[in-house]
Design a protein around this ligand. Structure first.
Ligand SMILES: NC(=O)c1ccc[n+]([C@@H]2O[C@H](COP(=O)([O-])OP(=O)(O)OC[C@H]3O[C@@H](n4cnc5c(N)ncnc54)[C@H](O)[C@@H]3O)[C@@H](O)[C@H]2O)c1
Length: 318
């Protein structure tokens, strides 16, 4: 038996790609990491910088730059090409520029013979995952995006700040588009297993005063607040994507709200949207269907409608 080193390739070594790489190395999730970027100088600098940190680890990890041939034997490709966010610019407004980059990247990735799992981050995340999936010809469960994973991190942070409960004791998901139409099924939010509704009834002066509309607005605004201060977001998505890659490489069967192709789940067909999924060595191994109230279902359907409109636009490209 031969033991194969775990290898990840990150395409797009910008703010996001470099931070995913840093998390993968510092958490010792992979054995080999390759950065690919049209800006070869920047990619090489990130690889060298990150390589220095390996000396302080107990694990020996190879970090380098390379060409698309490096994807041939990679276990995971992380797609992080794109442009830095601009204050006020919506994710959907990044559609044209990202598709243009993918028209360059995806044929090269396909030609490499890559046969692993794609974790895509580039925005607009749901549409990009669908675009890549259709063109790579890999099993549909092998290509997905981080979806509402980062939105869910923000949601848990906000709920924790408002209630004082540790984030790890809060069960909550953001679902739908990674963008302005995302929604939260508050009927499934719980604190140590006790539903939000029960908490509101038992603690009217604290939980009872929490405004779900305001919480949603804070979740949606979370990315913009960071972008307004430093013109990118990187730490949160870096670690969130790293956790997804870890769930794949270690076959963790961890439930995470990634953007997966819906084939009838939630009454939706042919659309990629953020839903709780079991992540393991085969990528999206199961889509978990939680029961939504009629109001929540209407919000989720609306979000899927927004994504579907752009998927149709993407289908008409190249
Ligand atoms: N899904 C999420 O939760 C989430 C969170 C944050 C950012 N993002 C998205 O991630 C993407 C990257 O953001 P960023 O801040 O790192 O931008 P960035 O500009 O810092 O990095 C993008 C990198 O892509 C590279 N690139 C562009 N075209 C390329 C090509 N054809 N081939 C190879 N590399 C190419 C650029 O040279 C650059 O280094 C954006 O689409 C952003 O919106 C998504």
């Amino acid at each position: 038996m031969t033991i194969k080193p775990r290898k990840a390739v990150i395409i797009g070594a910008g703010h996001v790609g470099s931070h995913v790489g840093s998390s993968l190395v510092l958490r010792e999730v992979i054995d080999e990491l390759v950065f690919i970027d049209i800006d070869e100088k920047k990619a090489a600098a990130h690889a060298l910088d990150l390589n220095d940190s390996v000396s302080a680890l107990s694990t020996n990890i190879t970090v380098k730059t390379g060409g698309y041939n490096e994807c041939a034997n990679a276990d995971v490709v992380v797609m992080a090409v794109g442009t830095q966010p601009v204050p006020g610019k919506k994710r959907l407004q990044m559609f044209d520029e990202t598709i243009e980059m993918l028209q360059d990247v995806v044929p090269k990735l396909k030609a490499s013979g890559f046969n692993g799992i794609v974790v895509s981050i580039s925005n607009p995340a749901d549409i990009v995952a669908d675009y890549i999936r259709k063109r790579l010809g890999l099993p549909e469960s092998h290509v997905f995006s981080t979806g509402t994973t980062l939105d869910t991190c923000r949601l848990k942070r906000i709920l924790s700040e408002k209630t004082g409960y540790n984030r790890n004791s809060i069960q909550a998901y953001c679902m739908g588009e990674h963008g302005d139409s995302s929604m939260v099924p508050f009927s499934h939010v719980s604190f140590g297993g006790k539903s939000f509704e029960d908490m509101k009834n038992d603690f009217p002066d604290t939980f009872g005063k929490m405004d779900t509309q305001e919480i949603m607005a804070c979740v949606r605004q979370g990315g913009f607040d960071i972008v307004n201060g430093k013109s990118c977001t990187e730490f949160g998505i870096g670690l969130a994507a790293c956790e997804i890659v870890k769930a794949v490489l270690r076959d963790e069967k961890r439930v995470m709200p990634v953007s997966a192709l819906l084939n009838g789940q939630y009454g939706q067909y042919g659309v990629s949207a953020g839903v709780p999924c079991v992540i393991g060595k085969d990528g999206v191994e199961e889509i978990i269907e939680i029961s939504l109230t009629p109001e929540e279902k209407a919000l989720f359907d609306h979000s899927c409608g927004v994504i579907r409109g752009y998927i149709e636009k993407a289908d008409n490209r190249d």
